[in-house]
Design a protein around this ligand. Sequence first.
Ligand SMILES: *Cc1c(COP(=O)(O)O)cnc(C)c1O
Length: 401
Amino acid sequence: MPEIASSVPDELGRFGDFGGRYAPEILVTPLEDLDATYRAVRDDAGFQAELATLFRQYSGRPTPLFHARRLSEHLGGASIYLKREDLLHTGAHKINNCLGQALLARRMGKRRVIAETGAGQHGVATATVCALFDLDCVVYMGSEDIRRQELNVFRMRLLGADVVSVEAGSCTLKEAISEAMRDWAGSFETTHYMLGSALGPHPYPLIVRDFQRVIGVEAREQFLAASGGSLPDLLIACVGGGSNSIGLFHPFLQDGDVAMVGVEAGGRGPGLGDHAARFSGGLPGVLQGTKSYILQDEDGQIALTHSVSAGLDYASVGPEHAWLRDLGRARYTSCTDTDALDAASVLSRYEGIIPALESAHAVAEAIRRAPQAPGKTFVVNLSGRGDKDIGILRENMPELG
Ligand SMILES: *Cc1c(COP(=O)(O)O)cnc(C)c1O
């Protein structure tokens, strides 16, 4: 795969035909400043050492790579290993990106941080690092999401963040991103926009991917050590905006024998509006600063999306995934709400691990493939823990009371 070099994206943020910087004129300066700062710290040993220390002492890295023996035996095929991002502080991989961006904000002398959030997970991780670094924190959240996610709203407020309700359109994540961009256009002199996934205008897809690469770097070393020098046959991760998956995949891109599959939200089924499977149901287009695959209707209007897991529920997907998909280096599939709920239940019973519903999509794909893959090894990214989803799990499992 010679075309997959570590230098991608190009200086305009393009991954092949995807990515780029489709931003209003006013945001070009802060985006260029962010890009320049990031390029300076990328090879700065002091910056990287400080981030590594935070990972180790604050958020709990390295996370284990766990051989799920009971689940593997139950499925009777592939050996399944779980990368335990669910054990991190705040319960998911999002803290990796937030710690990195907090150091960037400090380096740029910005004392105020804004962020968007859908389910509230990125908002909680942002509020957490802002408390740690003594930064003012404003989180934009759609009013519908505020209603659905009151516990996370409370957590953010407890951590000292100001949660601002956004009343526009469907009152969910897309509108919250637009509002955060609007704030930034008027505040960038003092404010850093802490974007939560491998999305948005350049340089965000690059920055977020690099801060999440630690997942794959660790998993690769851990697997080599556990197997006595071989690599896994298949990597599996769920894909919302695409940050946990690109974090796992990227350090393996040059390993031609390692296959990778990203799992999108199949929701209630294939009808437009019932899922967030951008690759099977979408077309190339531009949304919120980047070119990628987008769910849209015949007139090019952005479609509504649905998933039982709020973190996978967005109409676009990170541009690097669009590129990897068109190259054929990674494959993308989807699993339904029902399959994800079943997978959460299976993992709970066989391994004593209740996964986030997002991560359960990746587990569902492992469950689907393992019986046909005897002798193969899978690494599944467990991006988060299920505590936040207990209410939804409970509603869907009335037999358990
Ligand atoms: C937010 C979230 C996701 C989806 O985001 P990506 O950027 O695609 O990783 C997946 N899993 C968990 C637990 C999340 O909180």
